[in-house]
Design a protein around this ligand. Sequence first.
Ligand code: CO
Length: 140
Amino acid sequence: MSSVEFEFDHVGIAVSSLQESSRFYEALGIARGSNEVVESEKVQVQMFDLKNNCRVELLEPTSPESTVAKFLQKRGPGIHHICLRVSDIHATLKRLKSAGVRLIHEEPIRGAHNCSVAFVHPSATGGVLIELSQPDVRKF
Ligand code: CO
């Protein structure tokens, strides 16, 4: 079996205001990273880049239909997901499917930074929403 690369990529935190929640990270002395709207998830994303190639991702919903909006309604602000960077998302999803793991996305969707991402259902992971992300090859 070929070895698959996994690295910790980011923690996603649901917030009601990017502006307010960014203050803490700025007070720490971390400069704001990229900011973009991710249409597929109906969220605006503010990244804070850490030295070890990991990031904190703040997520503010852009629509009441966003799953992040529903998360905020149910649980309030807090950790929404963690993201593992994978070298081959198609191979990873195929392996999970054949292992009977419950997936939210059977095929990758476009995430922040043009990454190919897919979410694994928390019921299959011990209660944590897990995002798998393959970086955009044109950038890396
Ligand atoms: Co994420």
